[in-house]
Design a protein around this ligand. Structure first.
Ligand SMILES: [Zn+2]
Length: 87
């Protein structure tokens, strides 16, 4: 299943969610507010990551967004890896 990035418009919490393309999250997992989540990319994150390191350059907006959120995404990845290691 594809991974999507969501951002909460209320608390700016950024996180990845894995679900089918038909589904859509709306409620923030951090602050608990409803209908504050916005999908950051229409493209699944696997594709964006591939474009980052590959020859295909991502669009400027996506690029800026990645720069802005890269650190948070990395932190999320590390957290997820730690959780996976524990399981
Ligand atoms: Zn929130």
């Amino acid at each position: 299943m594809p991974t999507y990035i969501y951002k909460c418009s209320e608390c700016d919490h950024l996180f990845e969610a894995i679900h089918s393309y038909k589904e859509r999250l709306t409620d923030c997992i951090k602050c608990g507010k409803e209908k504050t989540l916005k999908k950051q990319f229409n493209t699944p994150i696997q594709v964006i990551k591939k474009n980052q390191t590959g020859k295909n350059k991502p669009g400027e907006i996506v690029k800026q967004e990645i720069e802005r959120n890269k650190q948070e995404i990395r932190q999320f990845d590390e957290e997820r890896k730690r959780k996976n290691n524990k399981q």
